[in-house]
Design a protein around this ligand. Structure first.
Ligand code: PXG
Length: 288
């Protein structure tokens, strides 16, 4: 495999960064996870925009222009002969000394890994996930904005561990007020009486690129969709529930906290949205 590292393509064995990189020492950096479908990078511009927004929030200057980064992403796919895959784009603060001070790190590092993707097994798309609400709350925006896709994912990792200990593959995370925020790496939607609802960024949801695509799909299907405060009760009593994310795409949830949702099977709206999503990823996107 060829990895993009600071302007060069290097073999996996040589794709190494310093132990003094603040991405490692402090989680000081940003990232994106992007998908490649049949030679098209899905929503590349949106991912780059979010990367730049995350970096700006950290006063981190990305050492490439956006067109240069787009080029590098496509080149990483080509170098590895990929048609379908997963692209991990990482910008770290770079090498500094053993102090927090980001201004003592002169050169941010850029890493692009383009690899095959490992997905949820297909049976979960057919039968749906059973998930749980976990005790770890979503980070307060007053502490660290959940809109920043930073290298510090401990909040999500703690929740993921709690889900696993409860035998579930994903976790519903609540914010400090007890409203549903999102899952550890996915956004959450419910369907209730023909309407779709999803938590707002104010409640702790990342503004997911897949989530955004669902807004466009709902509009094209004529299904009303709005951002709304949601509690666990709302999910328990929804007709349908599904999660969205770059890795998961659109995956049905049929049980939360031992309560069966709707019929206990993936619902018709979820299936329509998933079908439409899989259509769009093949036609929208940047040709590598
Ligand atoms: N919430 C969080 C906290 C995320 O990290 C999403 C929602 C969904 O956003 P997108 O833009 O993907 O629709 C994410 C995305 C990984 C991985 O390797 C994680 C994400 C995306 C891709 C890969 O675990 N998180």
């Amino acid at each position: 495999m060829k990895i993009y590292l600071d302007g060069k393509f290097v073999d996996t064995a040589d794709a190494k960064i310093s132990v003094f990189d603040h991405g490692l020492l402090y989680g000081d950096g940003v990232f994106e996870g992007i998908r490649l479908y049949q030679g098209n990078v899905f929503r590349l511009e949106e991912h780059l925009e979010r990367l730049w927004y995350s970096a700006k929030a950290l006063l981190l200057t990305i050492p490439l222009s956006r067109p240069e980064m787009a080029q590098a992403v496509c080149e990483a796919c080509r170098q590895n002969g990929l048609r379908d895959g997963y692209i991990r784009l990482v910008v770290t603060r770079g090498v500094g000394d053993l102090g927090l001070s980001p201004w003592l790190c002169p050169k941010p590092s850029v890493i692009i890994i383009a690899d095959k993707i490992s997905l949820y097994p297909p049976e979960y798309y057919a039968s749906g996930l059973s998930i749980v609400t976990v005790p770890t709350r979503r980070m307060s925006p007053a502490a660290l904005s959940p809109s920043i896709k930073s290298l510090n994912y401990l909040n999500n990792i703690l929740a993921k561990l709690e889900a696993r200990q409860a035998g579930a593959l994903e976790a519903i995370m609540l914010n400090e007020q007890g409203f549903v925020a999102e899952c550890t790496g996915d956004n959450v939607f419910i369907v209730h009486k023909g309407r779709l609802f999803t938590p707002s960024a104010q409640q702790g949801a990342l503004k997911g690129i897949t989530r955004d695509t669902i807004f466009a799909i709902a509009q094209s299907l004529g299904a009303p969709l709005e951002e709304h405060d949601l509690t666990r009760y709302d999910i328990w009593n929804a007709d349908e529930c599904f999660l969205t994310g770059t890795g998961a795409e659109v995956i049905p949830v049929v049980k939360l906290d031992g309560r069966e949702i709707g019929s206990g099977r993936p619902g018709p709206t979820t299936n329509r949205v998933l079908t439409e999503f899989r259509k769009r990823v093949l036609t929208e996107g940047t040709r590598i």
